[in-house]
Structures are given as C-alpha cells and as structure tokens.
Design a protein around this ligand. Sequence first.
Ligand SMILES: [Zn+2]
Length: 244
Amino acid sequence: MHTSPVIQEVDAGDFRVRSVLLQGSRRRLVWDTLTHPDDMAPFARACAGEPPIVVYSHADWDHIQGTAAFGSPLIIAQRASVKRFQTEAPAALSELRDANPGKWDAVRLLTPDITFEHSLDLDLGGVTVSLQALPGHTPDAVVAFVPELNLLLAGDTVELPCPCVPRGCDLDGWIDELERWRTDTRIRTVIPSHGPCGGSEVIERTAAYLDGLRRGRPLPLPSDAAPFYVSTHLDNLRNCNLSS
Ligand SMILES: [Zn+2]
C-alpha cells in the first residue's frame, strides 16, 4: 500500500505554486515549502510529532520560504543551491520585505543540511524518492521520481504553457533530460510546481516549447495564456536572443 501524494497549492501573486507531501511507513517528505511558513500549515499539522525531510526543487523564493513551519527538518537540495542561498535567496527576500513590510517577518531562510550533485535516493519506508539533478531553469534544479507511485515531481523544469528560461542556460541539456523522462514508461503522473499536472504529455509539450526556442522558431503561446505567461514568454525570447 502506498499513500497518495498530498498537494498544497497557494497564490504567489501573479502565479500559483504547489508543494507535495509524500508519506512512507517511516518518514514523511515535503517537496518545496512555498512562499511563507503559513503556506505550510496543513503539512506542519500532518508532520506534528516528527519533522519531515524537506527537499528543495531549487532555491527560488517561492519554493523555499516556508521551511520554518517545521521546526528543524532535515533539508536536502542540489549542491548549486548552497551558493544561491548566500546570494539570490536573501536578495529576493529583502526585496519582498521592502515592498511589503511585516508580511514576510516569519520567513527564515533555512539552508540545506545535505547536498548532492547528480542524484540521491531516499527510502521513506515503502516509498522511494529518487532525486535527480535537471539543471536548466536554474543550475540547482532537481526532479524527484517516485517509482512506487509512477510519479515525477518536476519542480520548475516542466511548466505549461511555458517555463521560465534564463539567459545562457543549457537548453540542450535541459531538453535531453526532459526527453529521457518523457520516454520513461514508468511515469504516469507528472506534478510540476506551476501550471497543469498531467502525464508525460506535460513533459513533451514543455520540451517542444524549449526546442522551439533552441531552433529559433518559438512556438506561440495559446491565445488564452495568462498575462504572467505572456510576459514570461517575451522574457524567454529576449533571453534566447529572439524577437517576438
Ligand atoms: Zn517557481
């Protein structure tokens, strides 16, 4: 018997972001802690008694700022996140605090206790969580494959209608890795941190979007895309030196 993943989704301003709680027979694991400790209230109640393992999909502010809700959990992330916790994460938080004094007071940036470079497998008791680096969206981005649930937690490596593509990122490596996961027949459910969940078609469509950027022939956004994605798409074109 394997318990289904529990999803927590919150509004982060212009977009929504989700976190996932996985439960094994021995340990619980929280995949991303979102924007604020309050976002983690339901998971903190579920984890009362024993702090969970926290995994950061990457060190962007909307994935890491709620960790203080859990007291002192064991925190795991990809190695490149360590530097981001020294630079980008505190910069993003102080920007938020300047814009909205008081609102972010409860946030504490809790850095990883354990890091890995390529992959790390965790056994929660009947539920295996295989963390694998997938740089592209950020250098520290990871995905988590859970074979017992035929599940891929994709973080921000997969997102529809389009992911955020930074200037100078390794598009080839990103697309290759997505292609590898897309063709992995064990995967039936894909849960990205933003945008729709689904099956391997969510990976396929993200890879097609990235491939359009790579070939200099960007795919158009759907006509009903939210304003956030319209501006993300324009940023992506600029970052890939393509005009709209
Ligand atoms: Zn994000």
